[in-house]
Design a protein around this ligand. Structure first.
Ligand code: NAD
Length: 504
């Protein structure tokens, strides 16, 4: 049977029944969700939607999480979610529901494929075909932020070994399954040597297990610049949460429109499928939104559920619609488009083409993918010996003179621990700071054992005890220093587990 005959047969056959949780979302959400559900029905996908209320309405009812208990119950029961974008109200107190759902359900991998639709959709990059595999649970999106002084705010960046292993292994398994040739890792470990350094290190370890797949590491700044300029050089890209969020929007936008790309959020037990774009309040209610991103999310859902024939049926019809020049306003271009379609007209055109195949784009075969079978194991490294060798005490001090502060602290602490240095915004300002360094009211003061030997830039640490830190804190409080936080300094199997001050 050729592809065309197989598609026609698939169209006439009802699929196995699937139970899915459906969230219509906010802004253009309901318009593009209705379009997507109409397409699934027309393709004879047998699904039972359990509609849940999430987003703006729920937030505004006083629920700061944006999701009700009944919605959680439905999600826990059915485990598969098709979700339209939602609006997170501006202002303090509201937590991003997207982040909450990804993290609560353990959806560690955010997979965002973007492929050029040249010559039918205008793009400067006719050969791009990139899949961004973004870590979805940690990094700066842990959402742990504090205001510490009048002038200084902090956000904690958390990168873990199991989190890095899961996402990097997922990227290589995805590459293997989808016959991709290269995985590129994007990091900023020239600056963040511990956090991004760990991600890089884990990438190096895991890539060695996949010798048939080419691997490379790039620094995120030049990497994202190149992705914007020469996306055809990239195949699968794996990166941490914030970088992944940014680069996946860049590649979607330069492919023609952010409205074209879909995204999967994959965990061990749950999965959520969506468009990569937001609720587009600027065009909400106008009926002109491009439903393609959510349709692509739904296609990824069908593949995930093993309904690969139905996924291929819809994808081929969608590609044929694009080839036939039926385009929504966001990708409409007089040179390449034939009809400017609104959301409903575009959807009707895709439905009309179910069973047809594109003639320029490669046809999609049903056997291509089944993401659920990707099995991700994480290692259990032997715990290392952890030794407490010092403490960083952060002070709020409005006296901007590093030398006076340093001398006062040296005197106050001398019976307990030794003041090794003070930094301000990471730069060493005591001892021997430079007058040109701008100082805020936020000082990091590093204390080590009085026996610690510092010679020619090399430090031989001597352990301290938690009670040394408590004694020091009491003394500093008694001497009117304003301690805002402490950070213990450890060595792991003799290797330091903290960064040096810039200029130390
Ligand atoms: P956005 O993606 O909603 O819109 C950016 C631009 O792209 C707008 O000009 C919009 O009109 C256009 N656009 C987006 N999707 C389109 C489509 N399908 N068809 C045609 N044009 C489209 O980004 P934003 O304006 O920064 O965010 C709006 C809201 O969406 C915010 O509240 C944000 O928090 C939320 N958001 C939600 C999600 C999600 O639910 N997954 C993701 C991103 C943003």
């Amino acid at each position: 049977m050729n592809t065309s005959e197989a598609l026609k047969e698939s169209l006439s056959k009802k699929s196995n029944t699937i139970n899915i949780v459906v969230a219509k979302g906010d802004g253009i959400g309901p318009e593009i969700m209705d379009a997507t559900l109409d397409l699934l029905k027309a393709a004879n996908v047998d699904f039972n939607p359990d509609f849940i209320e999430v987003g703006e309405k729920v937030y505004k009812s006083g629920n700061t999480a944006g999701i009700t208990d009944a919605s959680w119950e439905s999600i826990h029961k059915h485990k598969i979610i098709l979700k339209a974008p939602i609006t997170t109200p501006q202002g303090k107190g509201y937590k991003s529901l997207n982040v909450t759902m990804r993290k609560s359900l353990g959806l560690f991998a955010n997979v965002r494929p973007v492929k050029s639709l040249h010559p039918f959709v205008t793009t400067l990059h006719p050969k791009m075909d990139v899949v961004v595999v973004r870590e979805n649970e940690e990094d700066l999106y842990a959402g742990i932020e504090h205001r510490q002084t009048d002038e200084v705010y902090q956000c904690l960046k958390l990168i873990t070994r199991p989190g890095s292993e899961k996402i990097i292994r997922y990227a290589f398994e995805y590459a293997k399954k989808h016959h991709r040739k290269k995985v590129t890792c994007l990091v900023k470990d020239n600056i963040m040597k511990l956090t991004d350094g760990l991600f890089h290190q884990v990438f190096r370890e895991i890539s060695a297990e996949y010798p048939d797949i080419q691997s490379e590491v790039q620094i995120i700044d030049i990497g994202s610049a190149r992705m914007a300029n020469q996306p055809q050089q990239y195949d699968v890209v794996v990166t941490s949460n914030l970088y992944g969020d940014i680069v996946s929007d860049i590649v979607a936008e330069i492919s023609g429109s952010v409205g074209l790309a879909g995204s999967s959020n994959i965990g061990t037990d749950y999965a959520m499928f969506e468009a990569i774009h937001g609720s587009a309040p600027d065009i909400s209610g106008m009926g002109i939104a491009n439903p393609s991103g959510l349709m692509q999310g739904a296609i990824q859902m069908l593949n995930y559920l093993g309904l690969t024939e139905k996924a291929a049926l819809i994808q081929n019809a969608w590609l044929k619609t694009i080839e036939d020049g039926i385009h929504t306003a966001d990708i409409y271009n007089e040179a390449t488009s034939k009809t400017k379609a609104n959301t409903k007209e575009f959807t009707a055109a895709v439905i009309e083409r179910l069973g047809q195949v594109p003639s320029t784009f490669p046809q999609i075969n049903a056997t291509d993918v089944d993401q659920r079978r990707l099995k991700i194991e994480i290692s259990k490294p032997k715990p290392q010996t952890k030794t407490l060798v010092g403490v960083d005490i952060f002070l709020d001090s409005r006296d901007r003179n590093a030398n006076t502060l340093g001398d006062r602290l040296t005197e106050a602490s001398k019976e307990i621990l030794k003041l090794k240095m003070i930094t301000n915004r990471g730069v060493k300002v005591y001892p021997d700071g430079m007058d040109s360094t701008f100082c805020t009211d936020h000082w990091r003061c590093r204390f080590v054992n009085n026996e610690t030997v510092v010679e020619a830039g090399k430090t031989e640490h001597v352990p301290i005890t938690p009670s040394d830190i408590i004694k020091l804190m009491s003394k500093l409080h008694a001497d009117d220093f304003d301690v805002i936080k402490t950070e213990n300094l450890y060595e792991f199997d003799g290797k330091i587990g903290f960064s040096l001050g810039q200029g130390e």
